[in-house]
Design a protein around this ligand. Structure first.
Ligand code: 9UX
Length: 72
């Protein structure tokens, strides 16, 4: 079953940043969908907890050049 995780994202300044973060998250195995809100700097990620952990999500965000902190 899928679950949802929200992450505070840092370092985004434009709409392209939003796409980069969404792509980075979407490419992680086990992620079903990822949406990033530039105004609130929050990423909402639907994922399979049997395949991926929130820590791996923040790692993917960091690898893309941004910061990610798990909100819940
Ligand atoms: Mo536009 Mo976002 O150059 O880093 S992609 S600011």
């Amino acid at each position: 079953a899928l679950t949802t995780c929200t992450l505070d994202i840092g370092g985004m300044t434009c709409a392209s940043c939003v796409r980069r973060v969404e792509k980075a998250l979407s490419r992680v195995h086990g992620v079903a969908d990822a949406q990033v809100n530039l105004a609130t700097e929050v990423a909402t990620v639907g994922y399979d907890p049997a395949l991926v952990t929130p820590a791996q999500l923040t790692a993917a965000v960091a690898a893309a050049g941004y910061t990610g902190t798990v909100r819940g």
